[in-house]
Design a protein around this ligand. Structure first.
Ligand SMILES: CC(C)(COP(=O)(O)OP(=O)(O)OC[C@H]1O[C@@H](n2cnc3c(N)ncnc32)[C@H](O)[C@@H]1OP(=O)(O)O)[C@@H](O)C(=O)NCCC(=O)NCCS
Length: 226
């Protein structure tokens, strides 16, 4: 979607930036891994198809994608290529046309050296914050392969509960309903997160804090940031 195309979310361990063509070569390298494709239920793509996918993710109104950067590397090397700081990606899919308040969340920490340090957890929390405060989401789902214990454990630690098992797809569905206490918990967990413009000179993003106020409806059915 275009809503986040000039948004940078600054956390402690990760920085979330929009997925641009600059990130595609590294992303393509990651997805050559059969294991990553299996864990993320992804098809192998050529480099050209990967560029086309990146463009379609930016255009499609029902997909919100950020690239996860390793904040430590990103802060240490100002001026160098963002590609060298890439750790993974995090996505929200607004798949249910009958329920625009539901977001399916996916995360991948593709760099093995970046795993097990809390990057996946923070990326999911920051994406949920963005979903709640900017997209008006009130529930999240994660569909995870039955054998993917790290991911299932991570989402359970983030208060998701199992609601379904598909023996056909060999996956479990975990859900988190953003009740008022869960919403407060999310806002507390992410109170330090800052939203900034992604590129200097580009149009300014929303100046309001990621405060939990509902997004404004522009009257044409699409949500404007605050
Ligand atoms: C699953 C994944 C996103 C976790 O990201 P991460 O940054 O490594 O995870 P974190 O460091 O934030 O760990 C959070 C919790 O996840 C669980 N976890 C993470 N790695 C684990 C492992 N290897 N074994 C068991 N549990 C694990 C733990 O409960 C951990 O909490 P703890 O450290 O307090 O024990 C990452 O391993 C990954 O991208 N894997 C490949 C792609 C994938 O499976 N994506 C999910 C599809 S929805």
């Amino acid at each position: 979607m275009r809503l986040n195309q000039n948004i940078l979310l600054l956390g402690k361990k990760v920085v979330l930036v929009p997925y641009t063509s600059e990130h595609v070569p590294r992303y393509h390298e990651w997805m050559k891994s059969e294991e990553l494709r299996r864990l993320t239920a992804s098809e192998p793509l050529t480099l050209e198809q990967e560029y086309a996918m990146q463009r379609s993710w930016r255009e499609d109104a029902d997909k919100c994608t950020f690239i996860v950067l390793d904040a430590e590397k990103w802060q240490a090397q100002s001026g160098t290529s963002e590609e060298s700081c890439m750790a993974g990606d995090v996505n929200l899919f607004l798949t249910d046309v009958g329920d625009p308040s539901l977001g399916e969340i996916e995360v991948m920490i593709a760099e093995p050296s970046c795993r097990g340090q809390g990057l996946g957890t923070e990326a999911v929390l920051m994406m949920m914050l963005y979903g709640v405060t900017r997209l008006g989401l009130t529930k999240f789902e994660a569909k995870i392969g039955q054998g993917n214990e790290p991911s299932i454990r991570m989402f359970r630690k983030l208060h998701f509960e199992q609601v379904a098992v598909s023996s056909v797809f060999q996956e479990v569905t975990l859900r988190l309903m953003m009740s008022e206490p869960e919403r407060q918990w999310l806002l507390e967990q992410t109170s330090y997160v800052q939203e900034k413009p992604y590129r200097e000179g580009a149009s300014e993003p929303c100046r309001q804090p990621l405060c939990g106020r509902p997004p404004r409806d522009d009257g044409r059915g699409s949500l404007e940031p605050c």
